[in-house]
Design a protein around this ligand. Sequence first.
Ligand SMILES: [Zn+2]
Length: 288
Amino acid sequence: MDKIFTVTDLGEGLWEIADCVGCRCYLVKGRDRVALVDSCVGVGDLRPVVRELSRGLPVTVLLTHRHHDHIAGSYLFDDVRIPREEDVDIALGEEQNEHAVRIYVEQGRAPEGAFSAMRDGTRPSFTYFEEGDVLDLGGVTIEGVFLPGHTDHSMGYLVRERRLLLSGDAVTPCMCLFFPESLPIATWRQTLEKMQGLPFDTFRIGHYSHEFRKSDLDGFLAAADYALSGARGLSWMYTYIEGLKGSLYISPDTPTDDADSPDFRAVIGPYVPREHKRRRRHGADGAA
Ligand SMILES: [Zn+2]
């Protein structure tokens, strides 16, 4: 494994930073300050990467939601903001992070003995960032907008001058709504409708290197509608939290069956057990 972080220059003061397990965060640079939206899973030291890109400007970390694969790297920074309601279960996230990193090492996706931000850094004292709050980077402004569903107060960050939304896990090709902190699929559908009215043209998310367009929301809406139609879900098991499972609904409109593709469209909602209809065995009750 050569290096942990891959930096992609997206132009005009925007960079994507991807870690070795596929988590993405985004650095937005203004005249006076940079914002780091999310902070990856904490494998490897993110500070030198951010330092090189920010060129001495102060750094504010903006977190989209509480999950450890978004907040772990923030344990290395001082100015860290998150929606108030997402400042919960942080200790649980630290446990889950330790467990997940162990699995990544076993899978060969993270190096043995790698630096771990949650273990080796310090839990930040969060400042709260709410819907409508604006961070001025100098010539670039970022506005918070709630995108509930994946978690109850997931936040998206609108980079207003670029008409870009950085939305974390609020909308993903394989949409995860099976966590205890997730909201009903119908609520997530409302978030998609809310997004249609927001002032952005493109959006970028937490686990894919892909520029989504606002028109892509139609496919996500179709996936939500399918899941809400009473369709039968497939039983689906989450690798990183023991015993956590959900029901998977693959949109009939998905243009690909490759679950890793940014074009895939599916929703994983809360687990709904299938009704098992007992098959009558021939002659089991003595009938001929
Ligand atoms: Zn998440």
